[in-house]
Design a protein around this ligand. Structure first.
Ligand SMILES: Cc1cc2nc3c(=O)[nH]c(=O)nc-3n(C[C@H](O)[C@H](O)[C@H](O)COP(=O)(O)OP(=O)(O)OC[C@H]3O[C@@H](n4cnc5c(N)ncnc54)[C@H](O)[C@@H]3O)c2cc1C
Length: 432
């Protein structure tokens, strides 16, 4: 590496990491290596549509190597982070050790089961594209079981779906599964016309969509009720035992399908100074996203917590816009440092919160007011198509959506299962 170039390692190519790379990649004074456990960037807000077989995974994902085509100063290293060594300026991954001048941690969050062991073992999480495909196959297989079942109790158990968590992911998933029951299952599985009536949405709070406005909460409740979902509020899922989801009310729901959308915890990083880790495992950063007590380690997006932004003294919400805006600003700040200029502090610009609750209905809390119904749904479409990473994804997704809405017949519901457990890439010590 030339003397005047700096090597930046970015761990995690989600919203934060990829926006940092997109902008810093224009500054040829930096060589950038992205480390990710997957070989693709994906768009988490739409994985629930993949789970419901409404769109295909390739509509919302894009390979890193294709993204970095003909950009020799941006490299990709597939592997998982094991630990960092800020003194030696090295990171150890499952596939080798790399050294850096600047390190950026942007690994987001994982699922938090709050210590419920049986739930962790049994529940299907909804964080990654793998989770979404796993859930899609699982639901399709359960439907085949329900079709064959002769015992009504066995049939109910195969059809019952319990979604734990009434935040945006739980609400969006409940909406699309209820729609799927009414529009598609009824056509392809004539034996299962009551599919939508087996959907339970359980939330510990007294409302759905707790972070949103009262209008949004009421709209979500009314629309999901009309679609036939059973909404259980003020109640927690506390266990999974003998084929039943156990609720804090004492009720037991027999089911093979518990979907856990209830909580997240920041991805843990070994090697960080102990006092750099705050509530929820989030990494404490200053106003420039620099990790507390380090010189050249930064953390972005869901994985970090910043309390210096005066409008968010408890830290920013874990949403895409925070990650995107932090990624862009850090790119600018690294270039400013290279120019000998001071870095600029981060201030979040809130563009609003949206959730889709059924086929043509959404809710949107925007800085200038509240939208619902069709108009909110159209705004949601624009907001979710624009940030997709490639032109190809935007066109394919828009076409697929248009096709699905016209025909009421989205993707082909194939049950795809790996023939055997995939092995992880072998560990090889490839120092850079
Ligand atoms: C189902 C779902 C729906 C959502 N809907 C919305 C929405 O509608 N609007 C909204 O604003 N936000 C939404 N969010 C939240 C939003 O997706 C996050 O706030 C955002 O993705 C955070 O970006 P990030 O870059 O910090 O992390 P992520 O986007 O999570 O990216 C993390 C990256 O790190 C990689 N990684 C993780 N661990 C490792 C490791 N150990 N080693 C190497 N690589 C690793 C991952 O593969 C991934 O590429 C949703 C999230 C989910 C899960």
């Amino acid at each position: 590496m030339k003397d005047n170039t700096k090597h930046v390692i970015v761990i995690g190519g989600g919203f934060a990491g990829i926006n940092l790379i997109k902008h810093l990649g224009k500054d040829k004074r930096f060589i950038i290596t992205l480390v990710d456990r997957n070989n693709y960037h994906f768009f988490p807000p739409l994985i629930y549509q993949v789970a419901a077989a409404f769109i295909e995974p390739s509509n919302i994902s894009y390979p890193f190597r294709r993204l970095f085509q003909e950009k020799p100063h941006i490299r990709f290293h597939m592997g998982e982070l094991k630990r960092i060594d800020p003194r030696a300026r090295e990171v150890e991954t499952t596939t080798g050790t790399l050294s850096y001048d600047y390190l950026v941690l942007a690994m987001g969050t994982g699922t938090n089961y709050f210590g419920f062991e049986n739930i962790a073992k049994f529940a299907v999480p909804m964080k990654t594209l793998d989770d979404a495909m796993n859930l899609r196959n699982h639901i399709l297989l359960r439907m085949e079981c329900a079709v064959r079942a002769t015992d009504p109790a066995e049939r109910d158990k195969a059809l019952n779906i319990v979604i734990a968590g009434g935040g945006p992911t739980g609400v969006e998933l409940a909406g699309i599964l209820a729609e799927m029951g009414r529009e598609i299952v009824a056509k392809e599985y004539p034996e299962l016309t009551d599919f939508h009536a087996h959907l339970y949405l359980v939330n510990s709070a007294p409302v759905l969509l707790p972070p949103m406005s009262t209008k949004a909460q009421r709209e979500a409740y009314t629309v999901l009720k009309k679609l036939g979902a059973k909404i259980v509020l003020n109640t927690k899922v506390v266990d999974y035992a003998s084929g039943n989801v156990m609720l804090s009310s004492g009720e037991a729901i027999p089911t093979d399908t518990l979907i856990w959308t209830s909580g997240v915890v920041a991805v843990r990083v070994e090697g960080l100074p102990g006092d750099a880790v705050a509530r929820g495992g989030r990494i404490s950063v200053d106003a420039f996203n620099r990790v507390a007590h380090t010189e050249s380690v930064f953390a972005l997006g869901d994985q970090c917590v910043m309390t210096d932004d005066e409008n968010y003294p408890e830290g920013h919400p874990q949403v895409a816009q925070v990650a995107i805006q932090q990624g862009k600003l850090l790119a600018k700040n690294l270039s400013r440092m290279a120019d000998g200029k001071p870095m600029q502090p981060f201030m979040y610009r809130d563009k609003g919160t949206m959730a889709i609750i059924s086929k043509y209905r959404a809710v949107a809390d925007l800085p200038k007011g509240f939208l619902r119904g069709w108009i909110a749904w159209v705004s949601w479409l624009f907001v979710h198509i624009i940030p997709l990473i490639s032109f190809r994804n935007k066109v394919v997704l828009a076409t697929n959506w248009a096709w699905s809405f016209v025909t009421n017949d989205p993707t082909l519901r194939l049950i795809l299962r790996p023939s055997k457990e995939q092995k992880q890439p072998s560990t090889e010590d490839s120092k850079q």
